[in-house]
Design a protein around this ligand. Structure first.
Ligand code: ZN
Length: 241
C-alpha cells in the first residue's frame, strides 16, 4: 500500500491539486489528512470539498476547530484571525459540522495520526526539537506517528535516545525504533522552501519519502488578494515562511 500523507493545506487549492496529482503519478492508493484544511489562503470550502471527496482518514487541526466555532476567543494572531473569519464566511454549516466532528487523533492501519502532539493533542503544542518530541513519544504505541502543525518537515527517531533529523528525503523504517514524522505543509510551508510538502509511506518497502511539489503560486497569490485577505499572506508563500 502507498499512502499519501499530507497536512496544513490551509485553503491552498492550487497546492492541494498539485499534491494530489503528484501522489497519483507516484501510485498512491490511499490518502491521510493531518488537519488544518482551512485558514490563511483563499479556498477553504473548495479544499474541504476535495478532501471530503477523498473519503480518507482526517484529524482535526487548530484552524479547523476555530473556523467551525462561532468566535475565536483570545490568543490567535491577527493575520491568522482574519483568515479564520474569512473561512467561517465561506464554509457551509454542513462543512463546519464535519470539521467540528473530526477526531483529534486516530490509528490508521499500523500508524498513528495527530495534528500537533500525542501527549496533549487538544492543547496544540508545537514540536520543534527532541525535547518537545519526548512528551509525544511517551504516548506513541505504534512504530510510526505522522504529525503536522509546524509546517516544517522533520523526523524524530527514538532509539535509546531521541534524534532529530532536520532535513530528510527518505527514511527507512527499522525495527525496534519509533518514528515521529512531520510531513510539512501543503499550503503554507515555513522551512524556506515554497514548494508544497507531503510524504509517501510505502508499507511494503517500509520507507517514508518526502515530496516537494511546485504549484501555480501566482494564481494562489492573486486569489488571496482578490478575496480581500491580508497581502502578507500572499507574500509569505513565495518565501516559504
Ligand atoms: Zn497549520
Amino acid at each position: 500500500m502507498r499512502f499519501a500523507i499530507f497536512s496544513d493545506v490551509h485553503s491552498n487549492l492550487h497546492a492541494l491539486e498539485a499534491v494530489l496529482a503528484d501522489s497519483r503519478e507516484n501510485n498512491c492508493s490511499h490518502y491521510v489528512c493531518l488537519g488544518d484544511i482551512v485558514g490563511y489562503n483563499a479556498f477553504p470550502a473548495e479544499c474541504v470539498a476535495k478532501i471530503r471527496e477523498l473519503d480518507c482518514p482526517v484529524v482535526k487541526g487548530n484552524h479547523d476547530e476555530l473556523a467551525s466555532m462561532l468566535s475565536s476567543g483570545e490568543g490567535f494572531n491577527e493575520l491568522a484571525e482574519e483568515a479564520i473569519q474569512y473561512s467561517r464566511e465561506c464554509l457551509s454549516e454542513d462543512d463546519k459540522n464535519w470539521l467540528r466532528n473530526l477526531r483529534l487523533q486516530r490509528q490508521v492501519r499500523d500508524f498513528t495520526i495527530v495534528h500537533a502532539t500525542l501527549d496533549t493533542p487538544h492543547k496544540w503544542g508545537y514540536i520543534f526539537n527532541a525535547l518537545d518530541a519526548a512528551g509525544s513519544f511517551s504516548y506513541q504505541h505504534t512504530t510510526l506517528c505522522f504529525i503536522g502543525h509546524t509546517h516544517s518537515p522533520r523526523v524524530y527517531v527514538r532509539d535509546s535516545t531521541i534524534q532529530a533529523l532536520p532535513t530528510f528525503t527518505e527514511i527507512s523504517i527499522e525495527p525496534g525504533k519509533k518514528y515521529l514524522i512531520n510531513v510539512g505543509s501543503v499550503g503554507q510551508p515555513r522551512d524556506g522552501n515554497w514548494r508544497a510538502a507531503y510524504c509517501i509511506y510505502d508499507t511494503q518497502e517500509n520507507v517514508v519519502k518526502l515530496r516537494r511539489v511546485t504549484y501555480d503560486l501566482n494564481s494562489t497569490q492573486e486569489a488571496i488578494l482578490a478575496a480581500g485577505l491580508p497581502a502578507k499572506l500572499a507574500e509569505r508563500l513565495a518565501y516559504g515562511k
